[in-house]
Ligand binder design. Structure first.
Ligand SMILES: [Zn+2]
Length: 395
């Protein structure tokens, strides 16, 4: 029997600076449940190639042999590199990235994850030329051109990150819906988001659910595109200019944003469920995932009234435990929400300074944010020292 929900786990930002021990622990968890994960590999980070981290390279080779997928996650993870650069420069970077992937892993990546989830639809014209079959981005979603079917390329976008959606509630709900085709759901995360024991428990709970729930099947992007091409194309049919814009507006509606953030903070604290919050979010995400604009709007307007209406005392009372927790959390420790944050949390200002300076020498975009990806303090410190030496030499 065909599954009803295709779950695609996507771990972004594997690079020279990743902590091999942490990544290994994470992979072991996926292996324990026999769930494949697609890993977004950044071939170079500020000049440091992935193969300078031998332990990580070996780990990724082993992962690939075990059925996990290695995707291309940009070339250098430059800020919005595939959104702001001209097409010929993007093509050059894709080719370089693919050549590196081939030299390390014996073949080109089949899946492309644009850094920062930022890209332009024109890329669809060149992606197949560099061997890319599928692209996976995230909100805001791009409208897809009418001749999309002719491009021979699939898009399987993420709608939410691991801790922002109640996947444990959402996936079974989707599996119960009468859907004409299996719906792909991307669960995307970064290794550094799985840090505290409550995150590990959450991940394990989700993996167990995916493994054990009938109608839900986990697979890599490559497998999904090869096995369910019709389903993937079907769920893209609504992505025209107008509908996609409506979708983006609703998705970024501040009520939806607040609820997502609350859930994220809540999940940072405890694995206890908060039914009203999770129900609300699960409904909104079901609608978002299936391109049901009316459903998104309805959830926002009708269900929000109960939560946000100032005249309704329930509205405030219901928020209190979560607000209190979020506030405490925020005061004690601010969890990184972006890689820029992650970089700042784990490195000293001096290191950041070196990085910014080295960056501004080669580019006029002085203000563009600098993105460092890894979570191994020692490796970063070592690289930063090397970087500052190299800069001093250059004068
Ligand atoms: Zn990334």
């Amino acid at each position: 029997m065909n599954p009803r929900v295709l779950v695609l786990f996507r771990n972004d930002d594997l690079c020279a600076w990743s902590d091999p021990k942490h990544e290994e622990r994470l992979l072991r968890l996926f292996d324990d449940y026999g769930v494949p994960v697609t890993m977004g590999v950044v071939p170079k980070v500020r000049g440091w190639k992935l193969d300078e981290n031998k332990a990580l390279l070996n780990l990724l080779e082993k992962a690939k042999a075990n059925g996990h997928e290695l995707a291309l996650h940009g070339l250098e993870h430059d800020h919005h590199e595939f959104e702001r650069l001209p097409l010929n420069e993007a093509a050059k970077r894709l080719t370089e990235g693919q050549n590196l992937m081939k030299s390390w892993f014996g073949e080109h990546a089949k899946t492309f994850i644009p850094p920062d989830n930022a890209w332009v639809a024109e890329l669809l014209r060149i992606l197949p030329d560099v061997g890319i079959l599928t692209v996976s981005s995230g909100p805001p979603l791009l409208p897809l051109p009418e001749d999309f079917r002719a491009t021979n390329c699939f898009a399987v976008d993420a709608v939410t990150r691991f801790l922002f959606a109640p996947f444990v509630k959402l996936l079974p709900k989707l599996a119960q819906m009468p859907l004409p085709h299996p719906v792909p759901v991307v669960v995307y995360f970064h290794s550094w988001e799985v840090k505290r024991s409550v995150h590990w428990q959450r991940m394990e709970k989700l993996l167990r659910l995916v493994k054990e729930t009938e109608g839900i099947e986990a697979m890599t992007f490559r497998n999904a595109a090869e096995r369910y091409p019709e389903a993937i194309k079907y769920w893209l049919r609504w992505r025209d200019e107008v509908t996609t814009q409506q979708w983006n507006e609703l998705f970024h509606d501040r009520r939806f944003h607040r609820i997502r953030m609350l859930h994220r903070y809540w999940r940072d604290l405890t694995d206890k469920s908060v039914d009203w919050l999770e129900d609300w979010l699960a409904d909104a995400y079901c609608a978002a995932l299936t391109g049901d604009i009316e459903g998104m709007e309805r959830t926002l307007n009708e269900r929000s009234r109960l939560l946000f209406d100032g005249c309704n005392p329930l509205g405030i009372v219901r928020w209190l435990p979560i607000l209190a927790n979020a506030a405490v959390r925020k005061l004690n420790h601010r969890p990184p929400t972006k890689m820029e944050d992650a970089f700042q949390t784990i490195t000293s200002p001096i290191v950041a300074d070196i990085a910014v300076n080295s960056q501004s020498r080669i580019t006029p975009h002085a203000s563009r944010s600098i993105v460092y990806l890894s979570f191994d303090r020692n490796i970063i410190a070592e690289h930063a020292a090397m970087s500052s030496k190299a800069l001093a030499k250059r004068g």
